[in-house]
Design a protein around this ligand. Structure first.
Ligand SMILES: [Zn+2]
Length: 450
C-alpha cells in the first residue's frame, strides 16, 4: 500500500479479478452484504486456516468448538445483548431518512440523548434540513421466528418463538465451556476457539467489507485464574502481534494499540486494547483484546442455574474462571492483508498493479503456461509441469490465454508469486523460465528444482 492507494482501487481490483462481488449482484445488490468469488474464497480460507493453525493446532492449551448460529434466546438476555446491543437511531421528519446519530454528528457517543443531539445542530445528510425526531434505541440483532408461526397468530404466540441470528460468536463458546470442562477437564489457563458467521443489522453499512451486516469472526475465550489475568492478558497481547506480523505479513508500523478508556469500553470489560490498522480510508479497528472478567460465565450460571465453577486439580479450590478475549473479524483482516499487499508501480510509462501477497496466503503459488497454446508439444510438456507442481503444492493455476505479457499482468494482480513458462528450450534441456512477481526478473530453472 502506498500513500495514494484508495479504498476504491482495492474494491475495483476485487471485482475485476474475482475476489469480492456485491452481494446478490444479479438482482441489483443487497446492502451490507458481499459475496466472495473464487480468488476471494481462496484468500479468506487461507487466512482462516492460518489462524486456526497458529491458535489451535500449534498449541496445547487451545481447543476448537463450532456452535449453532441460532441459539436459545436466553443466551442474549444473559449476555446483555437484548438490553444493550443497540444503536442510537434518529429520523429526519422531512425526508424520513434514518441515521445512526453518533455517525452523522461530531463529538457524541453511542449513548447520546435527544437533547445532546439537537444541540449539535446537525443537518440531514440527505435533504439538509434540521427537523429531527427523538433518538430511539435500535437493537442490531436480526430477529426471526423459529418453527410454525403463521401471519395471523397473535403477538404472544409469535413472541414466544422469536430467535436471533447470533450477533457474536463468543456466546457459542461460553455456553460450551461447561461441556468442555466436563469432558476434557483441561488445566487452566486454556482457550476455546471458534470461527463462524455473526450478524449485525447495521443501520448504515459502509466502507466496503469493514461494516457489513453479515461477517465472519474468529474468537478465542481464554479462561484464566482470576489472580493471573494481567499476566495472561500480556501474553495474549504479544501473541497477537506475532500472528498479525509473522503469519499475516502486516507491517508493524501499520498496527497501533489503542488502550480503550473506561467510559468507552463494552459493559463487560475491565480492560480493552483495540488493535487499530492503517487502512486506505484511514485508521480503523482491526481487532480487539478484552478482559471480560467472569461476566459471561457468572451470567450464564445465574440464567441457567448450572454451576460454572472450575475446580483446581491441585488445590481443590473452586472459582469461576476469568476470561481474556482476542476477537477478530475475518473481513477486517482480509482487507488489511489486501491493502498491505496492494502496490502500483510505474515502469516505462505504464502502471503495473500487483498484490505482494506472502506465499502462505496467495491464492496460487505458481502459474504454469505454455509459451504458445497452438503448439501441442509445448502444451503437453506444460501440462506435465503443471501436474507435477500441483501434486507438490496444491494451489497452482494454469493460464494459456492471451500473450505472455497479459498473463503476467493478470497473475501480478491476483498475487501469484511465480510464473512458470514452458518454451521450445524446455523440450531440449528440461528447463523452464520462472518469472518473479515482485522483481519481474526471469531465470532459467531445471524442472526438477521447482
Ligand atoms: Zn432529511
Amino acid at each position: 500500500m502506498s500513500e495514494k492507494t484508495k479504498l476504491e482501487d482495492i474494491v475495483s481490483l476485487c471485482k475485476r479479478r474475482g475476489f469480492i462481488f456485491p452481494g446478490s449482484d444479479v438482482y441489483g445488490g443487497m446492502a451490507g452484504t458481499w459475496d466472495y468469488g473464487p480468488l476471494g474464497v481462496s484468500l479468506k480460507k487461507k487466512i482462516m486456516d492460518e489462524w486456526w493453525k497458529f491458535w489451535v493446532e500449534d498449541r496445547e492449551d487451545m481447543f476448537g468448538v463450532d456452535a449453532a448460529i441460532i441459539m436459545n434466546p436466553k443466551t442474549w438476555v444473559a449476555s446483555g445483548h437484548t438490553a444493550t446491543f443497540a444503536d442510537p437511531l434518529v429520523e429526519c421528519k422531512e425526508c424520513k431518512s434514518r441515521f445512526r446519530a453518533d455517525k452523522i454528528a461530531d463529538g457524541i457517543s453511542e449513548s447520546v440523548t435527544t437533547e445532546e443531539f439537537l444541540e449539535t445542530h446537525t443537518k440531514c445528510p440527505n435533504c439538509k434540513s434540521e427537523n429531527w425526531g427523538p433518538i430511539r434505541k435500535f437493537n442490531m440483532m436480526f430477529s426471526m421466528h423459529v418453527g410454525a408461526v403463521l401471519p395471523d397468530d397473535d403477538a404472544e404466540v409469535a413472541d414466544k418463538n422469536i430467535v436471533y441470528l447470533r450477533p457474536e460468536t463468543a456466546q457459542g463458546i461460553f455456553t460450551n465451556y461447561k461441556n468442555v470442562v466436563d469432558t476434557l477437564y483441561p488445566n487452566l489457563p486454556f482457550g476455546l476457539a471458534q470461527q463462524g458467521k455473526a450478524f449485525r443489522n447495521e443501520i448504515s453499512p459502509r466502507d466496503f467489507i469493514l461494516r457489513d451486516r453479515e461477517c465472519s469472526q474468529m474468537e478465542i475465550e481464554y479462561f484464566v485464574r482470576p489472580d493471573a489475568w494481567e499476566e495472561d492478558f500480556e501474553k495474549m497481547r504479544k501473541l497477537q502481534h506475532e500472528f498479525l506480523e509473522n503469519r499475516m505479513s502486516l507491517k508493524t508500523e501499520n498496527i497501533h494499540e489503542l488502550e480503550v478508556p473506561a467510559e468507552d469500553r463494552a459493559h463487560y470489560s475491565k480492560r480493552t486494547i483495540d488493535f487499530m490498522f492503517d487502512y486506505p480510508n484511514g485508521e480503523e479497528e482491526l481487532m480487539g483484546l478484552a478482559y471480560r472478567t467472569d461476566f459471561d460465565l457468572a451470567n450464564i450460571q445465574r440464567e441457567s442455574g448450572k454451576n460454572m465453577e472450575y475446580r483446581d486439580k491441585n488445590t481443590g479450590e473452586t472459582f469461576i474462571p476469568h476470561v481474556i478475549e482476542p476477537s477478530i473479524g475475518v473481513e477486517r483482516l482480509f482487507l488489511a492483508v489486501l491493502s498491505t499487499a496492494y502496490m502500483e508501480e510505474e515502469k516505462d510509462g505504464k502502471t503495473r498493479v500487483l498484490l505482494k501477497l506472502p506465499e502462505n496466503l496467495a491464492p496460487y503459488r505458481f502459474c504454469v503456461s505454455p509459451l504458445l497454446k497452438n503448439k501441442p508439444e509445448l502444451v503437453e510438456k506444460a501440462r506435465e509441469v503443471y501436474d507435477r507442481l500441483r501434486e507438490k503444492y496444491g494451489n497452482v493455476t494454469w493460464d494459456d490465454s492471451g500473450n505472455i505479457g497479459k498473463r503476467y499482468m493478470k497473475q501480478d494482480e491476483i498475487g501469484t508469486p511465480k510464473c512458470v513458462v514452458v518454451d521450445f528450450d524446455t523440450l531440449e534441456d528440461n528447463t523452464v523460465t520462472v518469472r518473479d512477481r515482485d522483481t519481474t526478473e526471469q531465470i532459467r530453472v531445471s524442472i526438477d528444482e521447482l
